[in-house]
Ligand binder design. Structure first.
Ligand SMILES: [Ca+2]
Ligand SMILES: [Ca+2]
Length: 286
């Protein structure tokens, strides 16, 4: 059986924006090098550790306090890349997340090493992300981290994820937002059958994203194996994601999160973004 639904995820009053949340970050007074941290008041944005993806400095202490200026709904935090010096109890370098505007709030987790922290949802409209590094780095290169925050993440994954996906799939997910919005997609996990050794291409299993909501739209990218693409942003308000699998060799699949961004890049109002009514459409042919 075949079903097809489109998701209209955001309303016009739920304006989100990429640039303002970063542009309005007020930096703490800090040493001349590697300023970090700040008050983030946008509805969504992305942050990286100092010097990312080069090694972060020693003796760093960064505090990102994230929250909508007039309250709102819980925040979601997603780490899209993570590599911080590990150690027993994360005693050397670490990232800690607190469920409120300061480090006095309850801790939600303390992370180090190269395992990406889990998706975090606050119970208040505020989160504090604290990063500390000690006086040295045990191993040569630690690239640090990149995380995204928003009030409106949606996510989905391949069929049966994280178990092996079925063979002979032709799945599509249609992400449609109101006119004027763009779709920002974060790849949280990807494990598909690898490239062809003959052609070097994603000939067997692959996921592809098309701008414009149709297969004849412009290709935003095509991935396979253990690719870990940087986040992508559409030019239109409609993205079609397709998963193709061939007749043998299955893997874990993929997990993706997305959010809508306002093309005008102006944050006029600060309403929280209501959750979409429907999950993305899944079109699977057995
Ligand atoms: Ca260190
Ligand atoms: Ca396959």
């Amino acid at each position: 059986m075949t079903t097809s639904r489109s998701t209209t995820g955001l309303t016009e009053t739920g304006a989100t924006s990429w640039a303002p949340s970063v542009a309005t970050a007020a930096r703490h007074p800090s040493p001349p090098h590697d300023a970090c941290g700040g008050q983030l008041t946008g509805l969504s944005g992305e942050i990286t550790s100092p010097r990312y993806p080069e090694s972060y400095p020693n003796d760093a202490e960064c505090r990102w306090s994230i929250g909508a200026p007039d309250g709102g709904t819980p925040l979601t935090l997603v780490f899209v890349d993570f590599q911080v010096e590990g150690g027993q109890g994360c005693g050397f370098d670490y990232v800690a997340v607190f469920d409120g505007p300061t480090a006095a709030a309850p801790g939600l987790g303390r992370y180090c090493g190269s395992a990406r922290p889990p998706r975090t949802v606050s119970s208040t409209p505020h989160l504090l992300v604290l990063f500390k590094s000690d006086f040295n780095i045990a191993h040569s290169h630690q690239r640090g981290f990149r995380f995204a925050f928003t009030f409106s993440f949606r996510n989905f994954s391949s069929p049966r994820y994280p178990n092996f996906y079925p063979n002979n799939l032709q799945c599509q997910w249609s992400i449609q937002l109101p006119p004027g919005y763009r779709v920002r997609i974060f790849f949280l996990d990807m494990d598909l059958e690898g490239r062809s050794s003959l052609t070097g291409g994603c000939d067997y299993d692959h996921v592809a994203a098309f701008d414009g909501g149709a297969e004849n739209g412009s290709l935003l990218g095509q991935w396979c194996g253990q690719d870990s693409p940087a986040p992508i942003t559409s030019r239109s308000n409609w993205v079609l994601l397709m998963l193709h699998t061939d007749r043998n060799t299955a893997k874990r699949g993929f997990s993706i999160a997305y959010v809508g961004g306002d093309q005008l890049q102006q944050l006029k109002r600060h309403h929280p973004v209501p959750a979409p009514q429907d999950a993305p459409a899944l079109l699977a042919h057995g």
